[in-house]
Structure formats: structure tokens, C-alpha cells
Design a protein around this ligand. Structure first.
Ligand code: ZN
Length: 347
């Protein structure tokens, strides 16, 4: 029996709202041909179909599995257009109850309801309840679904709340082309020009940033988050230029939060040069910037997660979750998933 102890893993970009997808999400009626169609036909249908109960079930299942995999912090990016107000309270309650550390935001967007929808999304970012394990960020979905004014408002709110922005950047070429049509060099330059990127801001993906843009993000103190399984699944390309920054963490973009699996995917697509260990260490630095130094620990036995301690509380022991009944959580998630697929079909 070989025991080893290490700091808990950080999933630096994910979506708790998509946690039910593993319970047999039906394929879209028409096969998507590009990234924007994947969003329109899959994820933007799922997010509109969510209500508070399915969201809670999704988050419970996702967080329970994350803790059992030795992930002690999730950096979440949330959207549920049919239930904006109170959605971050639902997520915060789940994280506190199961005992995972979390950075939460609502990804404000104008894609369903225009500027008013964006305003409501930003307002929700104010309402993350104060708690030892949870901190709020300000979120934007992505440049291509918001106006310049919403980006300015997000930057102002981040300064007012003393926090940072969390946003998808250059995940697909469509985001880059959109920023150019609006008269900017690219989506990163647009966020900078509109004053929305305080140092420490979190930029998910960056697949289509040039080496100079990646260096610019680093110089501005921003984090980039690579999500290899998601990038491969959405066929948006490999984020090769991220090697030009030392501030790059690893995320899962809604895939399960087992960071060993994500690390293996990075190794598979990029080989040893990808620097998976550095990416995981960077995630812990990102968390320290928001929480101060944390002492979250994972004990493994022959590689398998045995004990997990978050903020001084033992949440997994003997490989079992102490803070929730996993079987009941999974069963409830499965029930809610079936209901969610019916709602999605009606949209
Ligand atoms: Zn994402």
C-alpha cells in the first residue's frame, strides 16, 4: 500500500450547469457543422431548458464526482437564461454543502434577451452569497454575444466588487472574426480597450490567439485556461500558442472534473511538451490570487483518491464522500436529466 499526499487539483474553467449531460443527453435533430451550431443546437438549448431544480441536481452530481476525483476547487462559468436571478445562490449552496471551493460567476450575454438579459446576468454576479469556500467573479459569455456597453459595464462591476472577469476568448475563429467586424484587432484587444480585464482575469480557451496576443494576456496579468478534451470535441483546433505564457491553467469546460483525465488528454494531443504539470500548478496559483494560500489536500493510495480535505474539512474518506449520499445524488440527477431532455425537445 503506497500512500501519497498532494495539493488538491484545480479545475480552472468549467460549467456545473452541464453536469446532467452524462445521463444520455440526446443528439441534436440536425448534426452541427461548426462551433456556433454546436452552441445553438446543444448547449444554448440545454441552458434555456434549465430550471432551479435541474440546475441544483446537475451541480450536486458534478461537484460530488469532482471531489471523489480529488478536485478541490472549481472555477465555474454559469448560464441559465430561464432562471438568472438566484442561480448563483443555488450553485453556492451546493458547493458549500458538499464542501468544494468555488469561484462563481454568471456569464452575461445578449443572445436571448438583448441588453436587458446582459444587465440581469451582471446583477446576478453581485449576489454570490459570502461564504468561506465561495467567491464571486464577474462573467461574460464571450465577446461575440455582447455589445461594447455590456463589456464596459462588466469591467466597471469587476472594479466595484474588487474582483476579476471570467470570459470565453477566441475559442473559435467566429469570436475573432466578430471582434474584427466590430473594428478591433481581436477579442482580447476589445476587452482591453473597453477596460474589462483587471489583472487576474480568467480567459477560457484562447485557441485562436496569436503568440503576441498570448504574451499580451500574460503581460496584463491574465490567466488563460486550456481545455483539451473540449477543444478536441468541438473541433476548434489545438491551442498551441498558449506555450507563450506562463499563466496557463487547465480546465475541463463542462467535461467531468477529473484533472488526471484532462491531463492525460493534454498529453495525448500534445505530448510531453504541453507542460501538464505546470498547468496544474498554475491553477493553484490562480486560486491563491482569489482566496490567499489554501491548504486543500488529497491523499491517494496506489494512485486512487482516498481522502480529500478542503478548507480544513474532510469531505472524502476511505474513497467515500462524507458530505452527501452519492447514490441518492446520482439517482436524482438521472431523474432530473430525463425531465431536462423533455424540456429541451420542446424548445
Ligand atoms: Zn466554457
Amino acid at each position: 500500500m503506497a500512500l501519497s499526499e498532494a495539493p488538491g487539483a484545480v479545475c480552472a474553467h468549467t460549467h456545473l450547469y452541464s453536469g446532467l449531460a452524462r445521463f444520455g443527453m440526446p443528439a441534436p435533430a440536425r448534426e452541427p457543422e461548426n462551433f456556433v451550431q454546436i452552441l445553438e443546437r446543444v448547449w444554448w438549448r440545454l441552458d434555456r431548458a434549465l430550471d432551479a431544480e435541474s440546475l441544483r441536481a446537475s451541480a450536486f452530481d458534478y461537484v460530488a464526482q469532482a471531489l471523489l476525483a480529488g478536485t478541490t476547487t472549481v472555477v465555474d462559468h454559469h448560464e441559465s437564461p430561464s432562471v438568472i436571478e438566484g442561480s448563483l445562490t443555488v450553485l453556492a449552496e451546493v458547493c458549500e454543502s458538499l464542501g468544494i471551493r468555488a469561484l462563481l460567476c454568471y456569464g452575461a450575454t445578449e443572445r436571448n434577451g438583448g441588453p436587458d438579459e446582459a444587465r440581469r446576468g451582471l446583477e446576478e454576479c453581485r449576489r454570490v452569497p459570502p461564504s468561506p469556500l465561495v467567491r464571486g467573479l464577474v462573467g461574460l459569455h464571450a465577446g461575440f454575444t455582447v455589445s461594447d456597453q455590456t463589456i464596459r459595464d462588466a469591467g466597471e462591476l469587476a472594479r466595484e466588487l474588487g474582483t476579476v472577469l471570467h470570459v470565453h476568448v477566441a475559442e473559435d475563429r467566429a469570436d475573432v472574426e466578430d471582434a474584427r467586424r466590430r473594428g478591433y484587432e481581436g477579442p482580447l484587444e476589445r476587452l482591453i480597450a473597453l477596460g474589462a480585464l483587471p489583472p487576474g482575469s480568467i480567459l477560457a480557451h484562447g485557441v485562436h490567439l496569436t503568440p503576441d496576443q498570448v504574451r499580451l494576456a500574460e503581460a496584463r496579468g491574465c490567466w488563460l485556461v486550456q481545455n483539451p478534451r473540449s477543444n478536441e470535441g468541438n473541433r476548434v483546433g489545438y491551442a498551441a500558442n498558449l506555450r507563450h505564457s506562463r499563466r496557463v491553467a487547465l480546465g475541463t469546460d463542462g467535461w467531468n472534473a477529473d484533472m488526471a483525465e484532462e491531463e492525460a488528454a493534454l498529453f495525448r494531443v500534445a505530448g510531453e511538451d504541453a507542460g501538464a504539470a505546470e498547468r496544474l500548478a498554475a491553477g493553484r496559483t490562480l486560486v491563491a490570487e482569489r482566496f490567499g494560500e489554501v491548504e486543500d489536500r488529497v491523499v491517494r493510495e496506489d494512485g486512487r483518491v482516498r481522502r480529500v480535505i478542503v478548507g480544513g474539512r474532510t469531505v472524502v474518506d476511505e474513497g467515500r464522500l462524507l458530505t452527501g449520499d452519492v447514490e441518492a445524488i446520482t439517482a436524482h440527477a438521472r431523474e432530473q436529466a430525463a425531465r431536462l431532455w423533455r424540456r429541451m425537445a420542446e424548445l
